[in-house]
Design a protein around this ligand. Sequence first.
Ligand SMILES: Cc1ncc(C[n+]2csc(CCOP(=O)(O)OP(=O)(O)O)c2C)c(N)n1
Ligand code: SF4
Ligand SMILES: [Mg+2]
Length: 303
Amino acid sequence: MSAETITAPATATPEKLTKKILTADHPTWCPGCGDFAVLAVFYKVLEKLQIPHENIVCVAGIGCSSRFPYFVNSHGIHFIHGRALPLATGISLSRPDVHVFVFGGDGDGFSIGGNHLNHAARKNIKLTYVIMDNFVYGLTKKQTSPTSPQGFKSKTDPTGSIDRPINPMKQLLASGATFIARTHAAQVKHMMEVFERAILHDGFSVVECLSECVMFYEGSFDDSWPKKGGAFNIIDETQHDVKDDIAAFKIADEPSPGKFGVFYQVERPTKNAMEQKWIDDTQSKLGGVSQKEILKKRLETMR
Ligand SMILES: Cc1ncc(C[n+]2csc(CCOP(=O)(O)OP(=O)(O)O)c2C)c(N)n1
Ligand code: SF4
Ligand SMILES: [Mg+2]
């Protein structure tokens, strides 16, 4: 469906967006789950950016982290496991007036949804995707995920995982995402800065946010948490050119816990812009006929 066929609701209320307005259901995560901090920061960033309330759309797949849309008072969809991105792509392409946010876990994004991630990224769909990475399948009670480290003992690997985990930053760089960053749910200020930059990026922006599953993988991120004796190393952008993908690959190759911040950011035309141009050009070539007419004509040629 196109922007032409859906009429955006007439907006009468330029009311100030506040955390109170954005708060929906009480989150059902376990006490201490890292996802609470991600939600709190999301409210704060939206409050700061004052995105019109009616233009906020939250989409998610399945998982603990994917419950996110329930807890945000906005348009929201809790969709099929691993399929949030194709749905969000359709929303983004058909409704240029809204900002589409996608939330999910490492399993939802890198396992069952891994293929969709590659394609949404290479197409540079305009949306913001937050992957709450806890190195485990939380909702289904502790299975090995694509980011679980080797040796991780889980219900699917009782003697310890033998598979090499993926490197999310390297995978996203290879896929063609135009904004790629990494943050940590225990670093609220850093999370805020990264989320804000991701939201303001015109294209496919993706943030891996380490978010501890206290129930099934406690202590997983202690090595990157100064309070627990770890080191939170931030990328120094006076030394790193975020447009340099080779340099970004090198940073992504650093051993655990690695660096945090913006690895890569470039401007590249979005599919949204290119598709709209194609629609406009086609319409003017055909004498201003409607999109529906164009579609009808095309379908007739296929009979
Ligand atoms: C098609 C399908 N396969 C498997 C499942 C079971 N399932 C639900 S959530 C999930 C993994 C969730 O892990 P992750 O995305 O990392 O989210 P978390 O719970 O850790 O936040 C799985 C395997 C499902 N719901 N649908
Ligand atoms: S099982 Fe883990 S990821 Fe799920 S809500 Fe509990 S702590 Fe969070
Ligand atoms: Mg997970």
